[in-house]
Write a protein that binds this ligand. Structure first.
Ligand code: HAM
Length: 417
């Protein structure tokens, strides 16, 4: 028996309906907010991520599925969508092609992480990106879209946390203050943090090692080191969120695990997910487009983990099951007519099924039951001679004869009632 790889999952009937529900709501919302869909390859050049996601991130240092292909190129299964979206935006000159560079994408991502609830090696994201607009209203619109997604999915008790990590001008001052405040305590932090202090001190805030937490909690806050422009921008974002009626709180430790963030960062945290509680996360990345060889354009976006959204769905989520008709053939003489009716129902756009291998009446009725048919049509014998079909409403159990020529309309009425 060859099984699926650790950290990867088949999404089977029974669960796949929840995925379709989440994907449908996500797509509807993105379109409602004026975002257009882009689909990029799952495989890219390795350097897109080492440069884009950043050399000092856990993703690039430990988690990428990278290999040399048969042509000798270093390639990577994408660990996140943002660098690919930037590449596509630049490569296809989308700022001139599209009326607004507001893009979304959905698909699988790959990170070689230690699997646990809500954390997998193949997972899926809804990714949303906006290029070339830096007004705080854009940050607020992106956050509003993220918040609406959670609300429309009926996920309760979610919490929006925001922060600003400043820009390339004011960040050095904050980093200096951070290292100064750490002082001799640096030696007491874990090995990872000691490395982070050299490569990207902000990343220390990501540390999850319990013994390090009291030291990290005493460190300075990035919002106290913003320059005038960044401070005004962050105040603008907060003002818009208030206008939109979205509740938020500042989390000083929200630096996010990717290297490209500037100014606004945000996450929506769920209550039901345990340690992996981020339903979605994102922020502004104003230098990334240029870094990846494009023009000097700003960017902001977020990605939501679809597995986590599915896990957080309320029990009562209205997952629409198809309301099917099931055609039952009585005896050999009924079979040909039943098959004809099956095709007719489908041509009319109705969901209809039938037992295609000839079986007894009882077995067919049992199957109709298991499929959760809304209505069953019995075709054969006397009714057929009279030009009628027996329609059984599976919810009420009521049964009646319907003239053959009116059966499609009768089924339509029952399944839409
Ligand atoms: P991220 O925080 O690495 O950001 O991932 C975003 C979301 O993807 C997380 O909040 C989580 O829901 C989900 N996720 C991440 N890793 C896993 C995993 N191993 N298993 C299951 N779900 C996971 C990004 O990826 C950025 N590209 C977001 C962004 C877009 N920033 C700006 N634009």
């Amino acid at each position: 028996m060859i099984t699926a790889l650790r950290g990867t999952h088949d999404i089977l009937p029974g669960e796949v309906e929840k995925w379709q529900h989440v994907e449908r709501i996500a797509r509807q919302l993105c379109e409602q907010y004026g975002y257009v869909e882009v689909r990029t390859p799952v495989i890219e050049r390795e350097e897109l991520f080492s440069k884009g996601t950043g050399e000092t991130t856990d993703i690039v240092q430990k988690e990428m599925y990278s290999f040399t292909d048969k042509g000798g190129d270093r390639v990577t299964l994408r660990p996140e969508a943002t660098p690919s979206m930037v590449r596509a935006y630049v490569e296809h000159n989308l700022e001139n092609v599209l009326p607004a560079a507001k893009l979304f994408s959905m698909g699988p991502m790959f990170r070689y992480e230690r699997p646990q609830k809500g954390r997998y090696r193949q997972f899926h994201q809804l990714d949303v990106e906006v290029f070339g607009m830096q007004d705080p209203a854009v940050d607020a619109e992106v956050i509003d879209l993220a918040w609406s997604l959670i609300a429309d999915l009926g996920i309760a008790q979610a919490e929006l946390v925001i922060n600003s990590v400043g820009c390339k001008d004011c960040r050095p001052m904050f980093q200096e203050a951070l290292l100064k405040a750490l002082g001799d305590d640096l030696g007491k932090l874990c090995q990872d943090c000691q490395r982070r202090a050299k490569t990207n001190p902000l990343r220390i805030y990501d540390c999850k090692v319990p013994a390090d937490q009291p030291i990290i909690d005493r460190l300075p806050h990035s919002v106290d080191y913003l320059d005038e422009k960044c401070a005004a921008h962050f105040a603008g974002v907060q003002g818009h969120l208030n206008t939109f009626g979205i509740p938020w709180r500042i989390s000083h430790r929200l630096v996010r695990g990717l290297d490209y963030y500037t100014r606004t960062t945000f996450e929506v945290l769920g209550q039901t997910l345990g340690a992996q509680n981020a339903l979605l996360g994102g922020g502004r990345y104003d230098g990334l487009v240029e870094k990846l060889g494009g023009p000097d354009r700003t960017g902001i976006g977020f990605a939501a983990g679809l597995e986590r959204l599915v896990l957080a769905l309320p029990e009562s989520a209205p997952i629409a099951a198809p309301r099917r008709a099931f055609v039952v053939a009585i005896g050999e003489e009924g079979r040909a007519e039943a098959l004809k009716l099956l095709v007719e129902l489908r041509r009319a756009g109705l969901a209809a099924q039938m037992e295609l291998e000839a079986r007894g009446l009882r077995a067919q009725m049992k199957r109709a039951d298991r499929l959760g048919a809304r209505v069953t049509l019995l075709v054969g014998g006397d009714e057929l001679a009279r030009g009628e079909v027996t329609l059984r409403d599976m919810t009420s159990g009521a049964q009646r004869a319907v003239v053959r020529s009116e059966i499609v309309q009768a089924v339509r009425e029952v399944v839409s009632s």
